[in-house]
Design a protein. Structure first.
Length: 250
């Protein structure tokens, strides 16, 4: 695989940089776009991603496949699982204990506080996957957040230590490159690992986005395509949702 690393002084969004450049990248190539000053980052849906300049990781991988992959070969959600697991594992190495978890579908959390987030976009032509764009933001040394971000935290707030943002980023990227060739072969193992991290067997709050109804529930399962299976506590009923239909609370 060919590897490229592109540092950008300032950008609206590293995902946008990747989206605008995927056609210029050769097959069998993974490119890391990163900046220390992202001005208009995006999260899931219409959410924005706020990041103080020179304090955090804001980056995107653009992975153009060696050959197009049939959509029947692999569930697309596995790429989100793979990225989230890799980030969690690397960050836990810095903490020396496995407290960093994933909140469905792809928030990086610790002690019910949000440490980071992931945004996956797929380049699909016909019934084939050509490339994936995986953006991630991780709060590293930021100490103050906008008032409305009540659940935000950072590595520094957790440990009272300063960290080298570039060192962490490059270690994550190295792990992504090393593990990328086995994703199709290891898709079931990746999914099983993801479920083990996400499913807590504890009662949680959730929001049905269409009706804004808040319910008490427990996560029962997560399907390979990313759908969440929950058991609503009040009516003892099993429900199934995708990420644009349901939000797991903090």
């Amino acid at each position: 695989m060919n590897i490229e690393i592109k540092k950008i002084d300032t950008t609206d969004s590293t995902n946008l940089e990747a989206s605008n450049n995927w056609q210029n990248v050769d097959p069998d190539t993974m490119v890391l776009f990163y900046t220390w000053n992202q001005t208009n980052g995006r999260g899931q849906g219409n959410n924005k991603w706020y990041s103080e300049p020179n304090k955090n990781i804001t980056a995107t991988i653009l992975w153009k496949m060696k050959q197009p992959i049939s959509l029947s070969e692999i569930p697309l959600f596995v790429f989100s699982e793979w990225l989230a697991i890799t980030i969690c594992n690397e960050l836990n190495n810095y903490l020396k204990y496995n407290k960093i978890k994933i909140k469905w579908p792809n928030d990086i959390i610790i002690d019910n506080k949000k440490l980071g987030g992931i945004l996956i976009e797929n380049i699909i032509i016909g019934q084939e996957l050509i490339a994936i764009i995986g953006g991630f933001g991780i709060n590293i040394n930021q100490e103050k957040f906008p008032q409305e971000l009540t659940n935000a935290t950072s590595l520094k707030l957790i440990t009272q230590k300063n960290y080298n943002e570039k060192e962490i980023l490059m270690k994550i990227f190295k792990k992504l490159v090393e593990s990328s060739e086995n994703i199709i072969k290891d898709k079931e193992k990746i999914h099983k690992t993801y479920k083990k991290i996400v499913i807590t067997n504890e009662d949680q709050k959730g929001e049905i986005l269409k009706t804004k109804e808040i319910i008490e529930m427990r996560i029962i399962d997560i399907e390979a395509d990313g759908a969440i299976i929950i058991k609503a506590k009040k009516e003892n009923k099993i429900r199934r949702y995708y990420h644009h239909e349901f939000r797991v609370g903090y």
